[in-house]
Design a protein around this ligand. Structure first.
Ligand SMILES: Cc1ncc(COP(=O)(O)O)c(C=O)c1O
Length: 442
C-alpha cells in the first residue's frame, strides 16, 4: 500500500464526471492520489506505469521539477491578469518562444484553455479570414469521419464520432465529412504510415463538385487520429489534402492537440510529414498537462488578413476567453518548452520509435489481435473479430493491466497507448509484456 495515498471522499454524488460511466465508477471508486515521473499511485494501493501520459498530455512525465517550480513562482508573483486590452509579459514571451518551434511563417498564437476551445477558435478564425477577404460566403466546414476535436459546438460538429453527437441535436449547419482513412482490409499491421489510401483525400473534390469551393471555409483533420484508435495517415494523404486545399482557397487546419510537442518525434506532425497547415491547434503537451491551456498557431497571412481589415483602434477579432494566456499556464508552457528543448525530448522520442514499433508489433498473432498501428510514440491495438467482441476484450485487457500496474486506455475495440516521451526501453517492454499476458489470459 502506498503510504502517501489520501483517503477517498465519503460522498461521490456531487461531482458529475466527464466522459465517465458515473454510476459504475462511483460504485467501486479508486482514486488517482499521486503521481511521480512515469507512475501514478492510487487509493487502492496500485502503482501504475502511465502508458497514456495522463490523457495524451504528460509528455515529460509527472511532476517535472522545472515545471512545478515555474508554476509555484508564477502563482506567487502574478496570479491573474486579464488579456482583454491588458497584458502581462510572460505570455508574450511564451508566444514568441512557441512560434520559434512552429512551422515557418506561422508566427501568431491565439491562446485558449483547452483543445476544444482551440477547435472552436480555429474554425472561427477561418471564418473571420474569409470574411475579411470579402469571401464571407465560405462557411462550410469539412471534418472527417472518426475525427475528434473536443466537445465545443464547432469541434463536435466537425468531428466524426456519432456517439458523441447523438444527444446534442443538429449542431453546426453546413458541416460535411471526409471518409476516415482506416482500411484494415488493405493496411492491417502496417508499420508506420500505411501504404494504401492517399486517394481518400480526393473525396474533397467531390464535395467541391457538390457544394462549390467558394462555399467551403476550411478542412480540419488530426494528422494522426488519436481518440478513435490511432489512425495513421496513408502515405501521400496529407500532401494530397494540402494540395487540394491550396488549389481551391480552402484553409487547412491541423488539430495537433495529440500530435504536437514531440509525440511523433518532431515538434509537430507538420514537421514529421513536411505538410504545413494554415492553422495549427495545440493543447495538452503544451504545458505538460500541468495547467489547462490550448492555442491556435496561425500563419502570418491569416493574421494579417484579419487585422488589416479592421479600422485602427478597433478589436480585430471578437473572440477570447477570460483565461486566454493565463499567467500560470504561460509559466507552465514556457517551462515545458524549456524542458522539451534543453532535454532533447523530441529527438529522444524519435530515437525510441523503432523499439516502440518493434514491441507493439510483437503482439501480432496473439489471441484477439485484429490490427496494430503505430507512429512516433503512439500505438493502437485493435481487438476482436468484430467491434462488439473487441470492445469487451479491450475492457478486460484494461482491467488485467490495471491490476498488474500498467495504465492503458481502451477506446471502443482498440487499446490506445501514448506514454510519456521520457519512458525507457524497459518500461516499453513492460507495457507490451503486460498486454500480451492479458491477451493470453483471455
Ligand atoms: C485531437 C484532439 N483535439 C481536441 C481535443 C480536445 O481537447 P480538450 O479535452 O482539452 O478540450 C482532444 C482531446 O483529447 C483531442 O484528442
Amino acid at each position: 500500500m502506498d503510504t502517501l495515498t489520501t483517503p477517498g471522499p465519503n460522498n461521490l454524488d456531487a461531482y458529475w464526471m466527464p466522459f465517465t460511466a458515473n454510476r459504475d465508477f462511483k460504485a467501486n471508486a479508486e482514486f488517482i492520489s499521486r503521481a511521480e515521473g512515469l507512475y501514478y499511485f492510487t487509493s487502492g494501493g496500485h502503482r501504475l506505469l502511465d502508458a497514456i501520459a495522463g490523457l495524451w498530455c504528460v509528455n515529460v512525465g509527472h511532476g517535472h521539477p522545472r515545471i512545478v517550480e515555474a508554476i509555484q513562482k508564477q502563482a506567487a508573483r502574478l496570479d491573474f491578469a486579464s488579456s482583454f486590452g491588458l497584458g502581462h509579459p510572460l505570455v508574450f514571451e511564451y508566444a514568441n518562444r512557441l512560434t520559434s518551434i512552429a512551422p515557418e511563417g506561422m508566427n501568431r498564437v491565439f491562446f485558449t484553455n483547452s483543445g476544444s476551445e482551440a477547435a472552436d477558435t480555429a474554425l472561427k478564425i477561418a471564418l473571420a479570414y474569409h470574411h475579411a477577404r470579402g469571401e464571407g460566403q465560405r462557411q462550410r466546414i469539412v471534418g472527417r469521419q472518426r475525427g475528434y476535436h473536443g466537445v465545443g459546438f464547432g469541434g463536435l460538429s466537425a468531428a466524426g464520432m456519432g456517439p458523441h453527437k447523438k444527444q446534442f441535436g443538429m449542431l453546426l449547419p453546413g458541416t460535411v465529412h471526409l471518409p476516415h482513412t482506416h482500411d484494415p482490409a488493405k493496411n492491417a499491421f502496417s508499420r508506420g504510415q500505411p501504404p494504401h489510401g492517399a486517394g481518400l483525400a480526393d473525396a474533397l473534390e467531390q464535395m467541391i463538385a457538390t457544394y462549390d469551393a467558394s462555399t467551403i471555409a476550411a478542412v480540419i483533420v488530426e494528422p494522426v487520429a488519436g481518440s478513435t484508435g490511432i489512425l495513421v495517415p496513408p502515405v501521400g494523404y496529407l500532401e494530397r489534402l494540402r494540395e487540394l486545399c491550396t488549389r481551391h482557397g480552402i484553409l487547412l487546419i491541423f488539430d495537433e492537440v495529440v500530435t504536437g510537442f514531440g509525440r511523433l518525434g518532431h515538434a509537430f506532425a507538420a514537421d514529421r510529414f513536411s505538410v504545413k497547415p494554415d492553422l495549427l491547434m495545440v493543447a495538452k503537451g503544451m504545458t505538460n498537462g500541468a495547467v489547462p491551456m490550448g492555442g491556435v498557431i496561425a500563419s502570418d497571412r491569416i493574421y494579417d488578413a484579419i487585422t488589416s481589415k479592421a479600422a485602427p483602434g478597433t478589436v480585430e477579432l471578437s473572440h477570447g476567453y477570460t483565461y486566454s494566456g493565463h499567467p500560470l499556464a504561460a509559466a507552465a508552457g514556457l517551462a515545458a518548452l524549456d524542458v522539451y528543448v534543453s532535454e532533447g525530448i523530441f529527438d529522444r522520442a524519435a530515437g525510441l520509435e523503432p523499439h516502440w514499433e518493434q514491441c507493439a508489433h510483437s503482439l501480432k498473432g496473439l489471441p484477439g489481435v485484429a490490427d496494430i498501428r503505430n507512429l512516433g510514440l503512439l500505438a493502437g491495438i485493435e481487438l476482436g473479430e468484430n467491434a462488439a467482441v473487441g470492445k469487451t476484450l479491450a475492457k478486460k485487457v484494461y482491467e488485467f493491466c490495471f491490476e498488474r500496474g500498467v495504465l492503458i486506455r481502451p477506446v471502443a475495440n482498440t487499446i490506445v497507448l501514448s506514454p510519456p516521451l521520457t519512458i525507457g526501453k524497459d518500461e516499453v517492454e513492460t507495457i507490451y509484456a503486460t498486454i500480451a499476458a492479458a491477451l493470453r489470459a483471455n
